[in-house]
Design a protein around this ligand. Sequence first.
Ligand code: AGP
Length: 613
Amino acid sequence: MCGIVGYIGPKNATPIIMNGLKKLEYRGYDSAGIAVLENGSIEIRRDAGKLDRLRQLVQESPIKGNVGIGHTRWATHGVPNTRNAHPHLGMTGDVVLVHNGIVENFSSLRDELESEGIIFQSETDSEVIVHLIERYLSGGKNLTDAVHKALLLLKGAHGIVVLSKNEPDKIIAARIGNAGGVVIGYGKDEMYIASDLPAILEHTRKMVFLESRQMAVVSREGLMVMTLDGEEIQPKVHNIPWDPVSAEKGEYRHFMHKEIHEQVRSLTDTIAGRVDFELGSIQLPSLNISPAMVKEIKKIFIIACGTASYAGMVGKVLIERIARIPVEVEIGSEFRYQDPIVEQNTVVLAISQSGETADTLAAMEEGRRKGATLWSIVNAIGSQAMRMVDGFISMQVGPEIGVASTKAYTAPLVDLYMLAILLGELRGTIDEKQRRQLVDDLRLVPDLAGRCLDREGEVKQVAESLLEAQNALYLGRGVNMPTAYEGALKLKEISYIHAEGYPAGEMKHGPIALIDADLPVVVIAPRDPWYEKMFSQIEQAKARGGRVIAVATEGDEQIQKQADLVLSVPETPWMLSPVTAVIPLQLLAYHIAAQRGLDVDQPRNLAKSVTVE
Ligand code: AGP
């Protein structure tokens, strides 16, 4: 997924765009570029590499103007080099464009354009769009109509921002499908455009989010929005409650480290306003549910990708145990190809931090097509997964910038726990006493998280002993089997150590052959209903010469004796134990990657939200 920023107003566009791109660099960082209208011509600076390279170019050869666009790229078509870096200029030199998404029919369009004499400068799919726009401009259309006509030819999902030196009083933005958002912010006699709101949050909180198949003509005075069917519409204006500081690193070296430590606050925030501890009840008004509707639910599909899917697996255990509703967890990239059986009274519940993950959005559309009720648990305000559903639960944990998801993993665990209690109450599968106990346990969560964070020094020491590891195995069971998957993913994606999360009970069916003194085995064994089984897992691994790092409840002497290293967590009610058990694993992955000198916030090949399928 790429980062896009645009500005039109009285100020110099260059620093606004550069600072905005910095806030979006987590979205993709293979190359970066900026185009600004200066004295009637389009000035472009762009290069492969991270934003610092672009900053150097702009310092060496400054550009100044009041209208501009910028882009950080996560390469899909064409290797990251200067020619493939956005922005892309048309052949006339009058029009320039930045693009997020994939032009699925780009090769046929490229052939057509080349047959018309167009000479391509790059291997990207995006470049076809600017040539299509110029084709219609040369046919006498104005910029708005030319962009509109070009968009109608594109297949795939797109976020596009275009400007022309011949119409310097406007920028055109458009969105097709789920290729990441296009958000437009209102300033005073100035307007901001971005693919994600952290880029412009310091300038404005008054924002409009384009829906799919909408385009906006943005001028200093405001914007006109129309659908690709040509109908002008009045978009909803959101006032965003997030403060700009939360999108900064503060005294932390990495966003990920900051966000791990934010989890006392973020868990408090995700609970806030949803629990009446006196009554022992849960309120989730934005879910728009009624007791009658809930009583009719026959099945819930939880759909998500990556870390979010592991939260969904925990959700399955909680919802089935508390509300007795059958739950199936499906990864977004598979669901829509399974011709899923979606009967009446089925709910599709999507979990997504960004709310823009293309695989998850496509699965949601499949669920909608098959008649399911759509719910979502989402963090990014105004994102597609928050807007397209019948009801949602906002994670409300503020911007998560680190590519490796942390607070946006523990928050949905608690959101799913609250959802399970509410569903159980409405369906009568738990009585008042049980409900009050479950709600009361929620009160403990932020403090328990804080106690996990207080043990960071212990985790750092364990990290030092794993710096040379080439592989690792993470074992869990029951409600903490997903904790094993999530712990392994954290290590993989930021330290590049191959780590595999595995159901502990499955080890004896083959993978136990892997265990030897060189293979660190992380065993998640807090006091939960599967504890005894997990303890014997530790003994089995030790009997085969394995090196065992155990996540264990504080004071567990038998594990202290048996395991080589222990990461202690506070005693936690078992249904909430995935919240505390994951925190040492987040810290473990972070410290291994940081001590290996890796780019923790922007791991190689990754992007914060994958808006391509
Ligand atoms: C998690 O650390 C990864 N960055 C990745 O697995 C992520 O969880 C996944 O891409 C889903 O993203 P979403 O929550 O924004 O939909």
